[in-house]
Ligand binder design. Structure first.
Ligand code: UDP
Ligand code: MG
Length: 330
């Protein structure tokens, strides 16, 4: 009987991982009088995307600049069609400009970054890699803030921690607007109609899978910050009232505490049998001043919310577009 021929072992060929199809990555950059930074940030991003596998579009939002930004952005678009620009009719502020850019972006993922080079483009591949791992929001976490005044750094440190405590959802600390958003998250962000909108807060609110990538927040490439310490402080305060009712609850608690103090003072006057009229009048006047001050603060807090509500009910558009280059407007 013929013995069965031993089967020849099949030649093993290394199984090649199918190459993932390229994704479209949008980079949204708000720019207000950033003339000396526009070419710099573009060149930097061009190198990053020329060396990557993904398609890109770079959407600059000119937030009512009065310098030469328009000419530079138009030239950049002529030279590279991946560059697009939205020109707003006046200065509407960073958050409104970012909203205009995110609404116009077509990408599967959207990166938000500043025009001044403080968010280094070399971190962009790390953000994209994390997004491809399945995270829907990847924020750049600042491990240092070189070149910023101490008071601004201290304010930022406190603001992130207070906000995290107040908002009631998982908001990572020390992550600015520099981040990548999955299309799903960007759609939720665009669907939120509120006028007081911080990208970092509104994109952490929907949840999804979030993580951070550490980076060194570099000094500005050129020019000055568009925020003074005073305007940063105002922004910090309005963002707290824009996302939390805690100040109203604190106001209520202060009211209760004052009532208890007043009752305690009355009891003390009755029990101690204080009869010194001059001292009692001085105490009453001091008490009135204290109460007047506390009431003004409380009315101010309530007024902040009422004013905010008034502005929201006007339902004016968040920004007005003058014109665009490279963008098909609906
Ligand atoms: N920006 C803007 N509109 C404004 C203020 C700022 O588009 O009214 C842009 C600015 O050009 C920059 C980004 O927002 O690209 C962050 O601003 P800046 O660097 O001045 O803030 P900082 O980093 O000092 O907090
Ligand atoms: Mg900056």
């Amino acid at each position: 009987m013929a013995s069965a021929r031993p089967k020849r072992p099949r030649k093993r060929t290394a199984r090649r991982k199918p190459k993932a199809p390229p994704k479209l990555i949008s980079v949204v950059i708000p720019a207000y009088n950033e003339e000396p930074n526009l070419r710099f940030i573009y060149e930097y991003l061009r190198v990053v995307f020329d060396n990557g596998n993904d398609d890109a579009e770079i959407v600059f939002v000119d937030d009512g600049s009065t310098d030469n930004s328009r000419e530079i952005l138009t030239q950049l678009h002529k030279h590279d069609s991946r560059v697009k620009a939205i020109f707003l009719s006046r200065n509407f502020g960073q958050s409104a400009a970012l909203t205009a850019g995110i609404e116009a972006a077509k990408g599967d993922a959207i990166i938000v970054m500043d025009a001044d080079g403080q968010d280094p483009p070399e971190v962009v591949p790390d953000l994209i890699a994390k997004w491809k791992e399945g995270y829907e929001v990847v924020g750049g976490k600042r491990t240092s803030r070189r070149g910023e005044p101490v008071i601004k750094r201290a304010l930022a440190f406190v603001w992130y921690r207070v906000m995290r405590l107040l908002v009631g959802w998982d908001m990572p600390v020390d992550t600015g607007e520099f981040r990548i958003l999955d299309r799903k998250v960007a759609d939720v962000f665009c669907a939120c109609p509120q006028r007081h909108r911080l990208v970092r807060t509104l994109t952490s609110w929907p949840g999804f899978r979030q993580t951070t990538v550490d980076y060194d927040h570099a000094p500005r490439h050129a020019g000055k910050s568009k925020y003074t310490t005073g305007s940063s402080f105002r922004l910090a305060l309005t963002s707290i009232t824009g996302f939390s009712l805690a100040p109203l609850r604190i106001a209520f608690a202060v009211g209760i505490a004052v009532i208890f103090c007043a009752l305690f003072a009355c009891a003390w006057i009755l029990i101690s049998g204080a009869r010194d009229t001059v001292n009692l009048i001085a105490l009453a006047v001091a008490g009135l001043w204290l109460l007047g001050g506390i009431q003004c603060v409380l009315i101010g807090i309530i007024g902040e919310y009422v004013g905010r509500n008034y502005i929201e009910t006007q339902r004016r558009p968040l920004y007005v577009v003058r014109d665009t280059v490279g963008i098909n407007r609906k």
